[in-house]
Design a protein around this ligand. Structure first.
Ligand SMILES: Cc1cc2nc3c(=O)[nH]c(=O)nc-3n(C[C@H](O)[C@H](O)[C@H](O)COP(=O)(O)O)c2cc1C
Ligand code: SF4
Length: 642
């Protein structure tokens, strides 16, 4: 499908951007304690420009040292930063991309341990996140800050940047001035829309004065702040018009604040959820409007641009997940797109897999964030590689090894690839996980991997295949601990529900195990008019889920009237319920039609002992049952090293 409208050039002020794809500001996690971009940060941004993004916006950059929100935030407060940031603009320009710097000050969201000084903001109101006393900026200081913003912009211009984005979103300093929740000033910077906008207006105007009218200025704002007394879309429409009047060349419509949340939204928010807000703003201004928020699909991107709902689309996590998203669309290789699932597991809550795995990356594409480090090097010795199991780990290692020139075959016992990861796509709102598997199999086919399904591997068959290398990625099976009364052969497991083997409707259901699988199975079953209860011996349900996703999942379970019983250790499974210990008391819970087991999984690795190949690797859950993020990372590293 040719999505030609996405590749129409557009002007921001007098600057022409080659297409409609924007990479928004995102902390790369690889800047230095000297407040500089590292070689990896530069390689990371350059890869997105090379992948086709017409406009790259840097992660937020501090206009004054006391405004940093992140201890390693890149600085713009004096000229010494110019050589370092020039390297970034050069790298982006090499691929014909344009680069804007995001000008930032955290205001009341600063913390003293990072800045060394007491946080200050429009009013002496503490951030509910950090609970540190906040000082109110004097009127004189506000005027001084305006000058600092403009001087920072001027430095980016000297460093070859094509424009700046004034960060008026997400509850940082400028947004704090805009928000009725945080601006209670009685001088000319508070009390009315015009006054609350004065700080932003004077920054935009002063940037134009110092940098020239032809130096583009984007204004980013949050369409909704999701906090009591915070800005709503109606406020944002007014501020967007005021930004246009002040001389801004485009509006970037984001959402959320550090306190109200939803700057980065979990998978439960639908793709493109914020575009209606961009459209409302677009109806009230004549400058270009950029929309953002879980845009992860070519057809959706195209629809937004073609229908005129926004002028440009900004892809945060999708650009983390696949730096080549625009090029793959242009070259009609959409099946090869790594589609962001919204899981937040490796980009926002960036927990590396090992000590070398630092900075932003992606669960399904661990090459992201490794631009200066991981390379595909063709193999000098072509090996015959046999992979057993077509879950994400097996498929990932297969396509990477094949791309490097090995002869790779994958054998899968089921008729479809994906293993348990495929089942993880079944609960509501998790459909995008299915595309991960589709992408991996597409890449396998592209690089000549032979895929065999409905193939029950045995040691005899495996040895007769004579692989030089055998990779066992046979996944995991449900954990069934020896609980009294548990019928190992007959019990219903969460996977039986998710794979469609068992259909449970209009019943009283008890789920034993409140991990992510148990909770998501509860949500799935709620759609079949069941009355669900979950028990878990831990005090917290879905405790391993990322914070934001977990919070929304809990809200959704409450909305579905799922009853949750923490601190409940099952002693015995009865015909219609359980006997358990809760808070040192024995309790009986009965009257259930169905009891479902969701107690985790254990490695499934039946073949390792009898293999005769020289090189044998066990990866993913087959080694230790863990999450997909670890399995995929491990598989990618192996694929690059065989
Ligand atoms: C790791 C990470 C860091 C971010 N840092 C910034 C930032 O420095 N400035 C900013 O305006 N937005 C920041 N954002 C928000 C993104 O620009 C974007 O608005 C958000 O991720 C929603 O878009 P998406 O759903 O396409 O990811 C960040 C997002 C992520 C995931
Ligand atoms: S880790 Fe998850 S949310 Fe983040 S970019 Fe990758 S798929 Fe998207």
């Amino acid at each position: 499908m040719k999505y030609t409208n996405l590749f129409e050039p557009i002007n921001i002020g007098q600057l022409t951007i080659k297409n409609r794809f924007v990479m928004p500001a995102m902390d790369s996690g690889t800047t230095t304690s000297e407040h500089l971009f590292s070689d990896q940060s530069i390689a990371y941004f350059a890869a997105r420009a090379k992948g086709g993004f017409g406009l790259i916006i840097t992660e937020y950059m501090a206009v004054v040292p006391e405004g940093i929100g992140n201890p390693k935030e890149v600085g713009l407060w004096d000229d010494s930063f110019i050589p370092n940031i020039s390297k970034l603009s050069d790298a982006v320009h090499k691929s014909n991309g344009k680069i804007f710097a995001q000008l930032h000050h955290s205001g009341m969201m600063c913390v003293q341990k990072n800045t060394g000084v007491q946080p200050a903001g429009p009013s002496a109101i503490a951030s509910a996140n950090y609970l540190e006393p906040v000082r109110e900026y004097s009127t004189k200081e506000v005027y001084e800050l305006i000058e600092k913003f403009a001087q920072a912009a001027q430095r980016t211009k000297k460093a070859g940047f094509d424009g700046v984005e004034v960060h008026g979103a997400h509850g940082y300093l400028i947004a704090q001035f805009l928000s009725t929740a945080t601006n209670k000033r009685v001088d000319e910077f508070g009390g009315s829309y015009d006054n609350r906008f004065r700080f932003a207006r004077l920054i935009i105007q002063r940037v134009k004065t110092l940098c020239g009218n032809d130096f583009p200025v984007l204004f980013r704002l949050s369409a909704e702040e999701f906090m009591d007394g915070g800005c709503t879309i109606d406020d944002a429409i007014i501020y967007a018009s005021l930004a246009q009047d002040a001389g801004a060349d485009a509006i970037h419509v984001s959402t959320g604040t550090g306190v109200g949340g939803n700057i980065v939204t979990p998978l439960y928010f639908d793709p493109g959820f914020n575009i209606d807000n961009a459209t409302k703003i677009k109806a009230n201004v004549s400058i270009p409007v950029i929309g953002v928020g879980r845009i992860n699909d070519p057809a959706l991107a195209n629809q937004i641009i073609t229908s005129g709902r926004a002028d440009m689309i900004s892809l945060g996590r999708q650009s983390v997940c696949d730096p080549e998203f625009p090029n793959k669309i242009f070259e009609e290789r959409t099946d090869e797109i790594f589609k962001c699932t919204g899981c937040m597991q490796r980009c926002y809550y960036s927990k590396g897999y090992d000590e070398s795995d630092v900075g932003i990356s992606c669960m399904i594409n661990p090459f992201s964030g490794k631009e200066s480090d991981w390379k595909f090097i063709n193999t000098a010795v072509k090996k015959k590689i046999v992979v057993v199991g077509a879950g994400p780990a097996g498929l990932e290692v297969a396509w990477i090894a094949a791309k490097r020139g090995h002869d790779v075959s994958v054998y899968e016992k089921n008729s479809t690839p994906g293993g348990n990861y495929r089942l993880a796509a079944i609960p509501p709102k998790k459909q995008d996980l299915a595309k991960t598997i589709h992408t991996y199999t597409t890449l396998c086919k592209k690089h000549g991997v032979e895929l065999h399904y409905d193939y029950e591997m045995t040691s005899k068959k495996l040895n007769s295949l004579n692989g030089d290398v055998v990779i066992l990625s046979t996944g995991s099976t449900p954990l069934l601990p020896p609980i009294k009364g548990l019928q190992i052969d007959d019990c219903i497991k969460a996977n039986d529900i998710l794979d469609g083997t068992k259909v449970i409707a209009n019943q009283n259901v008890l789920i034993i195990g409140g991990g992510l699988v148990g909770c998501e199975t509860a949500e799935f079953l709620s759609g079949y008019h069941n009355n669900i209860s979950i028990v878990d011996m831990e005090s917290q349900f879905a405790k391993d889920a990322v914070k934001r996703s977990r919070a929304v999942l809990m809200e959704r379970l409450q909305h579905n009237n799922v009853s949750m019983y923490p601190n409940t250790k099952v002693l015995e499974i009865l015909k219609d319920g359980i006997k358990a210990i809760r808070d040192d008391n024995e309790v009986t819970m009965n009257g259930f039609d169905t009891v479902i087991i969701a107690l985790g999984s254990k490695a499934y690795n039946p073949l390792e002992e009898s293999i005769q190949a020289n090189e044998v690797y066990v990866i993913g859950d087959a080694k230790i049952a863990r999450d997909a993020k670890a399995a995929i990372y491990e598989a990618a590293k192996l694929g690059l090293s065989i």
